[in-house]
Design a protein around this ligand. Structure first.
Ligand code: RB5
Length: 149
């Protein structure tokens, strides 16, 4: 599984921490930046990771800004991206089971790094439930396609 990760300055430290955790666990992680701590705009980095996810070049994305709200908004503009802002492992589990979320969004100013890693672990290990949830996701995709016409 190829994982992409991106942040802004408010999520930079958490990004580094999560990359360390994931590499220790044996995951392949692509860091879409920023690569140094400087003030940046979350749409620039969120869009880089979301575009890769949308085109299938990565399987999962992890996006981090101060609250997670800005990154959620930008990521969900991309076709096929289902980004879920999760502050608890339970939300991450449901986001996978019910929503087949392929991007998880975290708030670097809201939760601790250790909790963020546990949320990411649940996100990566939980499978989609399918069934009625698949029907609902297809309806979302259909609305997006119709809207694009
Ligand atoms: C940056 O100060 C902050 O606005 C950003 O990290 C994020 O919280 C936006 O949603």
């Amino acid at each position: 599984m190829k994982i992409g990760i991106a942040s802004d300055h408010a999520g930079y430290e958490m990004k580094k921490y999560i990359i360390g955790y994931l590499r220790k666990e044996g995951y392949e992680v692509m860091d879409f930046g920023p690569h140094i701590l400087k003030k940046v705009d979350y749409p620039d980095y969120g869009a880089k990771a979301a575009a890769q996810l949308s085109s299938g070049k990565i399987d999962r994305a992890i996006l981090i800004c101060g609250t997670g709200i800005g990154m959620s908004i930008i990521a969900n503009r991309f076709r096929g991206v289902r980004a879920a802002l999760c502050y608890t492992p339970f939300l991450a589990e449901i986001a996978r089971l019910h929503n087949d979320a392929n991007a998880i969004v975290l708030g670097g100013r809201i939760i601790a790094n250790e909790l963020a890693c546990e949320i990411v672990r649940v996100f990566l290990e939980t499978k989609f439930g399918g069934g009625r949830h698949l029907r609902r996701i297809r309806k979302i995709d259909k609305i997006i396609l119709d809207k694009d016409l």
